[in-house]
Design a protein around this ligand. Structure first.
Ligand code: PLP
Length: 457
């Protein structure tokens, strides 16, 4: 309501609105950023003060097609007029949800069989873990239940998914992780334990850590391994050379399922349709959200591979209908947004653009900043890029109060009209722009980042 004054809204915001992932006390005292966003067009958003910002993080790496796409808005409106809601329980569906399921499967690796729709990346991962447990119970091995995740992985913030997440902030004071979750080494080459390790040696180290963990816990107690093809929220870290091939070999040897969490990488962000395709993964389960609808409506997917699907069918023959469902599973409005979104991704060639402009963004960023004395690492893959700031680059010595320096740089960047994200653990500037970013817009992102880094450091 434009009749409300900005001051009134800002006051209600502080009085009534519990913001996620926010320093609550600072926000209440008016010491934390507060922005009321009103509109968006292409890669830009606009706030109530009339400030226009180039959103180089696509919201939370989700608005892949960019803002203001009328094709998706119209598909949502049409669906809302015709049928805003019907459930998907006991065999019900809508044209939109069935069409989207078909379109999703067409884009997944060959061995995938079905897709279950939820609302968020977190609930899709909850679903996947429940399916893993169900699977092992049907196969008569109830002791095979633990889930391996990586430190610095991000898989959501529910009870199980917050446990899978390997970032201390998401555990602290919440009594997480739950006991079924065990963490292994992050494939984070810049933070390798010994400076003189090659990438291949570091991969071998990660594999040895995983094997030692499996040995310690016993393979017959471990059900699955979950990982993002490229670590996202933990720092935007592409895997070291040979990582996924070597990890998959270990998992196969011990009959441990692989869950590829493609919430960020699904539908084009790496310049390939999936991260699984990009790195040659053969997952048993895939987690989808974000790019499925470009966040025009909340929708997620749990994609189930052939091998598991057969066991799930057998399970329902033995036990009756599968006892798992959300009221909003396959919500028609989300599904309609998903269909229009995936059509647009194809029509605009966004997977190719993400690869091309993403490579350009990464090259330009490296050229502009890699030699700066406080830039330790510039890394990325496709339309993902990170700049890691360090106190001393040779010694890989990090700042004493992680986040402060990156926060200051990101603050400067906003003043100059570009949004980047200070990633939650360390001093890492994260970039994950809409996949429709142009080269000129990439230049602007690099220019503003460089200027801000030079001003702060
Ligand atoms: N998995 C990954 C890889 C994510 O990046 C995220 C969110 O950023 C999630 C899961 C959780 O998704 P949501 O925030 O929709 O619950």
């Amino acid at each position: 309501n434009k009749m409300l004054t900005n001051d009134q809204l800002a006051q209600w915001d502080r009085e009534s609105f519990f913001h996620p992932s926010t320093h609550l006390a600072q926000f209440a005292r008016g010491e934390a950023p507060q922005r009321i966003v009103t509109g968006g067009e292409g890669v830009f958003i606009e706030d109530r003060d009339g400030k226009r910002l180039l959103d180089a993080f696509a919201g939370l790496y989700c608005v892949n097609v960019g803002y203001g796409r009328t094709e998706i808005a119209e598909a949502i409106a049409k669906q809302a007029h015709e049928l805003a809601y019907y459930h998907a329980y006991v065999g019900h569906g809508t044209e939109a949800s069935i069409t989207l399921a078909h379109m999703v499967l067409e884009r997944m690796p060959k061995n995938m069989s079905k897709v279950y729709f939820g609302m968020s990346g977190s609930d899709a991962n909850e679903t996947n873990i429940k399916l893993v447990w169900y699977y092992n119970n049907i196969l008569g091995r109830p002791e095979k239940k633990k889930i391996i995740s990586r430190w610095r992985g991000y898989h959501g913030s529910g009870l199980m998914t917050g446990s899978l997440t390997g970032l201390g902030l998401f555990h602290k004071k919440f009594d997480l992780p739950l006991s079924q979750v065990i963490h292994t080494e992050a494939p984070y080459y810049f933070r390798r334990p010994e400076a003189d390790m090659t990438e291949a040696q570091f991969t071998a180290h990660c594999v040895a850590e995983l094997e030692a963990l499996i040995e310690r816990e016993g393979a017959d107690t471990i059900a699955a391994f979950i990982g993002e093809p490229v670590l996202g929220t933990g720092g935007i870290v592409p895997p070291p050379e040979g990582y996924w091939a070597a990890i998959q070999e270990v998992l196969r040897k011990h009959d441990i399922l692989l869950i590829a969490d493609e919430v960020v990488t699904g539908f084009g962000r790496l310049g390939s349709i999936t991260g699984s395709e990009h790195y040659g993964l053969e997952p048993d389960l895939i987690t989808l959200a974000k790019g499925l609808t470009s966040a025009y409506a909340p929708l997620s997917g749990s994609v189930v591979g052939e091998r598991m699907w057969k066991v799930l069918e057998q399970g329902t023959d033995e036990n009756g209908p599968i006892g798992h469902g959300w009221t909003y599973s396959a919500h028609p409005i989300g599904a309609a947004a998903g269909v229009a979104n995936l059509e647009l991704v194809d029509k605009l060639g966004l997977v190719t653009n993400a690869g091309d402009v993403g490579a350009y963004l990464n090259t330009q960023m490296r050229d502009a900043l890699a030699q700066h004395p406080h830039v330790g690492d510039v890394r990325g893959e496709g339309m993902l890029c990170a700049v890691e700031l360090v106190e001393d680059r040779e010694a890989r010595r990090f700042y004493e109060h992680p986040g402060k320096i990156a926060g200051a740089v990101v603050g400067k960047m906003v003043e100059k009209g570009v949004i980047a994200r200070a990633m939650p653990q360390g001093d890492i500037l994260g970039f994950a722009p809409p996949l429709c970013l142009s080269r000129e817009e990439a230049d602007r992102v690099v220019e503003v980042t460089t200027a801000a880094v030079h001003e702060v450091l």
